[in-house]
Design a binder for this molecule. Structure first.
Ligand SMILES: [Zn+2]
Length: 220
């Protein structure tokens, strides 16, 4: 019986690890300029010592979406976090959204990637500061190899750097956009060149077609 339960528990853990995460920036229209690049683990940081998440700045009322799907464990008001939403997501990771102006989901709701969480605000200990979303990711399965010599560095086995996920995605998207632009430019240049060659050749001999597919040397 005990081994059966153990196997079942292990299976549940493995299934959780296999659920794809596909993390997205949770604040509408935010980009890499919306947060400080060293926001994660910034220190000294008030009573908590180090900053265990990222502060994404936006106007009050800006939509906050689920960075990844999951199960809402808690919605409500905390003294430090203000209006918060806590979601259990793929890979046994907790996603914490804090200082919300309004909460747009309910406790025990199942969220898909991009579903509403609430809006950006300045509640809790962010009161009087510029509105921002405090977003942090904590893993329930510790990653001890991530521990380093920084203040409270041992806690890095639980707290993951969300900016790593945003930066990679942003970079990838930018590079894709650049590659697409270059391909389009190359295509236009090639078409232009083919057209010029076609008109040039046909000016010599009217029987040579102007279509780029028949751009062969005469007689070949
Ligand atoms: Zn913060």
């Amino acid at each position: 019986m005990r081994t059966l339960l153990l196997r079942l528990a292990l299976a549940i853990v493995v299934i959780g690890l296999l659920i794809p995460q596909d993390l997205k920036m949770p604040v509408a229209n935010a980009d890499r300029g919306s947060y400080h690049p060293r926001s994660f683990w910034y220190h000294p940081w008030g009573p908590s010592g180090t900053h265990k998440g990222v502060d994404i700045f936006a106007q009050r009322g800006t939509a906050v979406h689920a960075a990844t799907g999951g199960w809402v464990l808690y919605c409500g008001e905390l003294s430090r976090g203000g209006n918060v939403v806590l979601v259990l997501g793929p890979k046994w990771r907790l996603h914490y959204y804090a200082h919300l102006d309004t909460i747009g989901t309910a406790r025990f709701a199942w969220l898909a990637n991009g579903d509403p969480i609430g809006t950006v605000g300045a509640t809790g200990n962010a009161k009087g500061k510029p509105p921002h979303l405090h977003y942090s990711i904590a893993t329930l399965l510790p990653y001890p190899w991530r521990i380093d010599g920084s203040p409270q560095g041992w806690k890095k086995m639980f707290y993951l750097d969300p900016t790593g996920y945003f930066a990679d995605r942003g970079l990838l998207r930018n590079n894709l956009r650049k590659a697409r632009k270059i391909t389009a430019m190359m295509r236009i240049t090639l078409q232009e060149r083919a057209r010029k060659r076609a008109t040039f050749t046909s000016s010599f001999h009217p029987s040579w077609s102007a279509s780029p597919s028949s751009l062969k040397k005469p007689g070949s």
